[in-house]
Design a protein around this ligand. Structure first.
Ligand code: IPE
Ligand code: IPE
Ligand code: MG
Length: 249
């Protein structure tokens, strides 16, 4: 076993929500590689390995929903080499992990504007989403060409179009209706957002959904992040009192 099982037994570990949703800003791949004198892409490759290990550990950690920030709407600013390298890494990940995800009950979804992605990657995304649509053990969502502002903008545009088409009345627009126009319409709001690499900013991730999420910022670079690291974070999270604007019981 990779890490101690007290997470499950409840000893020394207050109960976590049943449908726990953890979202992660996986940052620091480039620095991890540069620190070793290696190309940034080596860090991204090592980061993808850590993703596989974390997904595998989710049932044991008590994580039902895991949402990972893989590529932001701002990441196109990087060199062509890095962008293309990342895109081929995403495609390879889908192809390589498909069998394992099906066996292990992982449902994979993508959030973000996929229309800007290469056609082959769009086909792969559609394929893996369909292949794993019947799974319910772990809900893995990968944020690809994702930006919170872009997502809210696209949702607003779609709502406006529905109003013009007479499918939606402007008066009916509320928090719940807007949520149904977001890419995350099938997901609960995240309980916890983790960012690695020591940066303490949100970088356009889940701006609407994380309104009441707990945040954890840790110095660990993403390629060094393991299920044990996550277990420590969950212990911290479990101690927190979430009030959602109310007062202590
Ligand atoms: C996060 O690592 C992965 C992506 C943004 C794709 P970075 O590539 O941002 O690594 P640093 O922050 O430069 O170290
Ligand atoms: C956020 O990391 C995006 C992902 C982890 C995919 P960045 O490295 O792009 O964020 P900034 O530029 O440091 O804010
Ligand atoms: Mg970064």
């Amino acid at each position: 076993m990779m890490f101690d099982k007290s997470a499950q037994s409840g000893r020394d570990f207050p109960a976590l929500p049943n449908d726990l949703h953890v979202a992660v800003i996986m940052d620091g791949n480039g620095r991890w590689a540069s620190n070793r004198g290696w190309p940034r892409l080596v860090g991204h490759r090592k980061g993808a390995e850590q993703v596989r290990k974390l997904v595998e550990a989710c049932p044991e950690l008590g994580i039902r929903y895991l949402t990972l920030y893989a590529f932001s709407t701002e990441n196109w600013k990087r060199s062509t080499e890095e962008v293309l390298g990342l895109m081929s890494l995403f495609a390879r990940y889908i192809r390589r992990e498909a069998g394992r995800m099906k066996r292990e009950g992982v449902r994979l979804r993508f959030i973000g504007d996929r229309t800007r992605l290469d056609d082959n990657l769009q086909v792969l995304i559609q394929w893996i989403e369909t292949e794993t649509a019947g799974n319910d053990r772990v809900h893995l969502s990968v944020a690809l060409n994702y930006g919170g502002r872009d997502e809210i903008t696209r949702a607003t545009r779609a709502m406006a179009q529905d109003v013009v088409a007479g499918k939606l009345s402007g008066d009916d627009i509320c928090d719940a209706v807007l949520s149904r126009y977001l890419d995350t319409r099938d997901l609960p709001d995240p309980d916890l957002v983790v960012r690695t690499s020591g940066e303490t900013r949100v970088s356009n991730f889940l701006l609407w959904q994380a309104a009441y999420a707990e945040y954890v910022f840790i110095p660990t670079l993403w390629p060094d992040f393991t299920p044990v690291t996550m277990q420590g974070i969950l212990k911290d999270f479990a101690q927190r009192e979430r009030r959602f604007g109310g007062v202590s019981a």
